[in-house]
Every structure is written in C-alpha cells, then in structure tokens.
Design a protein around this ligand. Structure first.
Ligand code: FE
Ligand code: ZN
Length: 482
C-alpha cells in the first residue's frame, strides 16, 4: 500500500515535472508565434494641412468681465490623485491666485492660495499665470472650484480620480499633436462626446512655434480653446518638440520656457528632478511620462529615475502600467522615421522586463497600433536586430493625429512591417477603457468627414495578470479601406 502511494507520488512528480517542462517550452516558444498580417487602411480625409483657426474664432473668445480668468486648466497635483493643480491666466492685472472650492456649487467652503508667474519670449510678455494646488482631496469625488475673486469669478468642476486599486474602472482619453486648427477642434469635440476621467496627452500642444517669433499669443488661444475640456478633467502632459522652443536666433535659449510656465506637472511627487518625466497613478493605472527631449542615456537623471520608478511599481495595486513619450519607439511612417531609436535602444528592455502594457506616443501625425513585439536581442557584435513577436512586450500606439497646422504624415514605409497591426494617416483620437485588472477595451476614433467613427478597436489583456495571453487573438474590430 505504502509502496503504491510512493509510486503514485513519483508518477505525480514526474507528471508535474513534465508539465513544468511543457509550460516552459510553451513560454519559450510563445515570443516567436506569428501575428496576422497588419492592415494599412487607405482612408484619406484630405492631405493638405489646415491653417490655425483665426485669432478671432469663437473657440478663442476671451471670457467676458474685467480681468476674467482665462485658459483655465487642471492637472494632477500629486502622484496618487488627492491633489489637483488649477492654472489660469489673467491679462489686465495680477488679481489673486486664490481658488475657492467645495463639494457643492453653492458651497465653496475651502480655499487654497497659489502663486503667480510671468515670462517674456522675444517680443511677447505673458499675462499673469496662476497656479494653485488643492490638496487633501478625497478620491472619486466631485469638487467645484472658482477663480478670479475680486474681479470676475468663474466656476468649474472636476472629479478626482479613483483611489489607486486594481479593480476601479477607468476611462482614459488619448490625444496627441492637437494644435488649433478646425481639425483640432473636431478631434476635441469628438472626444467630448464620450469623455474619460482624464486625458493622457502625448505632446505637441499649441504649435505656437510655427508662427513668426514663436508667437506666444498662440499659447493663449490654445489655452482658451482647450479650456472646455481641460478645466473639467486633468490632462496629463507629455512634452513634445513643439514645447522645446529653443530659439537662439531670437535670444531665447531656455528650453521649454512657455510650456513650463503654463503647464505644471506633479513631478516632485514621484521623485523626479524635472517637470518633463514623472509618474501618476489613477485607479488601476500607473502612468509613466518620459521626455524625448531630455537626456536619457545611462547615468542621466531621467534614466536613473525610470530605473527606480519601475522598481517601485506595484502591479497588485495598479495592474496597468503605461508609458507616455512623444517620439514613438515603433513607427513605420517615413515622417520622423527612426527618431525614436535612441530611446528605444535605451529603454525597451526595461519596458519589456517590467511588462509594460502599452507605450503611447505622438509626433508622427498619423495613427498606428503594433502587435506585441520586441527588439531587445541586438548588440553591437551579434547583429540580431529584427523585431520579433513577444507576448511580454508592450503594444505601441502612435496617436499623433490630433489635427494640427502641419497636417498629416502621409508617407508609409513598405512593406508594412510585421510588428504593425494597423496604420492609417488621418485625424482622430483614442480612448482606453480599463474594465478590471485583466481587461481593457481600446478604440481609435477616426474623424471621418467630420463624423466620429470607430476605426480600430481591440482588447488589451493585462501583462501582469495574463502575461502570456495572446490578446491579438481576441476579436478586434476595424473599419478600414484597403
Ligand atoms: Fe507634432
Ligand atoms: Zn512632435
């Protein structure tokens, strides 16, 4: 009897070992499975770029009243969603930097005091730019707030993000390279039809630098244009090349000057030393923002911060891990082709090892979504440098199609590379709907002759909880023209 049990135990152990070997073999084989061929959609709205809307366009209207606060916008004021930074500009006089706020529109019983700053850029002098951080807020709570006391008071509201935790649903907007053309206006209007709790903005805001002398009045118009969304929900800022504004020919040599004065980020809360790379947590998501235009080589502050930050991520608490950066690491458009290569080489292995769920980028004025691919085998002596299917890898999304003065990036590389799942050069935006710790529904909405059309939609499964799941096998829906 005892012997039989021993034999059975031995047999069970053998089966367990065989199973383990089989699982290991399957996992080893998994990175090299085949994805279906990618789709190049040929939908074209138009190819010519649009002009920026005129300075007197209604979306740029100055709010009525003496010294009325304008360009009101909010962003997260700490890492975990219990603070909100409110920013606005007054033009005629400094006014004050006080925000009154509370849980009911008629009862703003709390007050916070902010600061004022100004800047000059060549021949432009900014208005009074106010920043005020409201702290100690409750999660997932509606707050009303008012700015402009003493002159013209304007009232807005926002809802704080859910407490960091694995199963709070979260809807996140994804917008990039927005600018201020009629196309930009359509993109924002389409997003507003079904907005999320926050927008992850992947860089290139106003394109003020496309105007003579980097006309900073175009930062003011952009602030007034975007207020209708950004005053009511936090936008998470990523710095793009149009934010750099390094212009020695104008005597302006401080990088990011207008952007940094106008759009603060909660970088200190995540231990960062610069406003351009930082992290925030919203409900089930841990979002890491990187700067394509700050040093990221080994030993640099950004590199060391990212290394430490990835080690701090708690996937039990925040199962979804995303990176936002302006220049894409995977891009098969001829525009800005290979520009993301230095950062990809530097950070891709770290992202794969950390099982990042998705990397969002802009810069290329088109849309593209990748399969899960990696290219981390390469070293200078072995010559292995072909991206391979890899379920451990993030999905790469290029969402630089907000619709700006530069128009569309309309030249693709051929053949479509194996890593590219879907690509199309037209305008639009995307939304990521995190349902729970394992599943998120992702959809890209094309601006289809002025209408919002779902053009590329799929499910992402979580790389921490379902690390080896092939989410490309889950039915995705595309409406394309091929
Ligand atoms: Fe851009
Ligand atoms: Zn760009």
């Amino acid at each position: 009897m005892e012997r039989t049990i021993l034999i059975m135990k031995a047999a069970a152990a053998t089966v367990a070992v065989l199973l383990a070997v089989a699982v290991l073999a399957a996992e080893a084989a998994a990175p090299h499975h085949q994805y279906p061929r990618g789709v190049t959609s040929t939908y074209r709205r138009k190819l010519e770029a649009s002009e920026d809307m005129p300075l007197d366009a209604d979306v740029f209207a100055v709010p009525p009243g003496r010294n009325a606060p304008q360009q009101v916008h909010i962003t997260l004021g700490d890492q975990a969603g219990t603070a909100m930074t409110v920013s606005w500009v007054t033009m005629e006089a400094e006014g004050n930097s006080t925000v009154l706020y509370g849980r009911a529109a008629g009862r703003l019983d709390l007050a916070a005091e902010g600061t004022t700053t100004r800047y000059t850029f060549y021949n432009y002098t900014s208005g009074f730019i106010h920043h005020c951080t409201l702290t100690g807020l409750d999660h997932a709570t509606r707050y009303y707030y008012a700015v402009g006391h003493g002159d013209t008071v304007r009232t807005f509201w926002f809802t704080t993000p859910p407490r960091p935790g694995p199963d709070a649903p979260l809807r996140l907007g994804l917008i990039g390279d927005l600018g201020q053309t009629a196309d930009s206006n359509a993109t924002l209007a389409h997003y507003e039809q079904h907005p999320g709790a926050a927008v992850l903005f992947v860089g290139d805001l106003s394109y003020a630098d496309k105007h003579p002398f980097h006309d900073s009045r175009r930062w003011d118009t952009w602030g007034r244009f975007s207020e209708r969304s950004v005053a009511y929900q936090p936008w998470i800022w990523t710095a793009g090349n149009h934010e750099v504004e390094y212009a020695p020919e104008l005597g302006e040599t401080t990088a990011f000057k207008p952007f940094a004065h106008r759009y603060p980020t909660p970088y200190r809360a995540s231990g960062s030393s610069e406003p351009y790379w930082y992290s925030v947590k919203l409900g089930p998501a841990h979002i890491i923002v990187l700067s394509s235009y700050s040093a990221f080589g080994k030993y640099t502050p950004q590199f060391k911060w990212l290394e430490a930050e990835l080690a701090r991520v708690d996937r039990e608490l925040t199962p979804w891990l995303f990176i936002s950066t302006h220049v894409p690491w995977y891009n098969s458009n001829n525009f800005h082709f290979m520009e993301g290569e230095p950062m990809r080489v530097q950070f891709e292995k770290m992202a794969v090892d950390a099982r990042v769920d998705a990397v969002f980028a802009g810069h290329v004025h088109a849309y593209e979504r990748s399969h899960r691919f990696s290219n981390i085998q390469y070293n200078i002596t072995d010559g292995r440098c072909t991206p391979v299917a890899d379920r451990r890898a993030p999905v790469y999304v290029v969402i630089g199609d907000g619709g700006n003065i530069e128009g569309l990036a309309d030249e693709l590389t051929w053949p479509q590379p194996a890593y590219s799942a879907f690509r199309e050069y037209s305008f639009g935006h995307a939304v990521l709907d995190i349902k729970n710790r394992t599943h998120a529904y992702y959809a890209w909405y094309r601006n289809h002759d002025g209408n919002k059309v779902t053009a590329d939609a799929t499910w992402f499964t979580n790389r921490y909880h379902m690390p080896n799941h092939d989410d490309s096998s889950v039915s995705s829906k595309t409406t394309y023209y091929a």
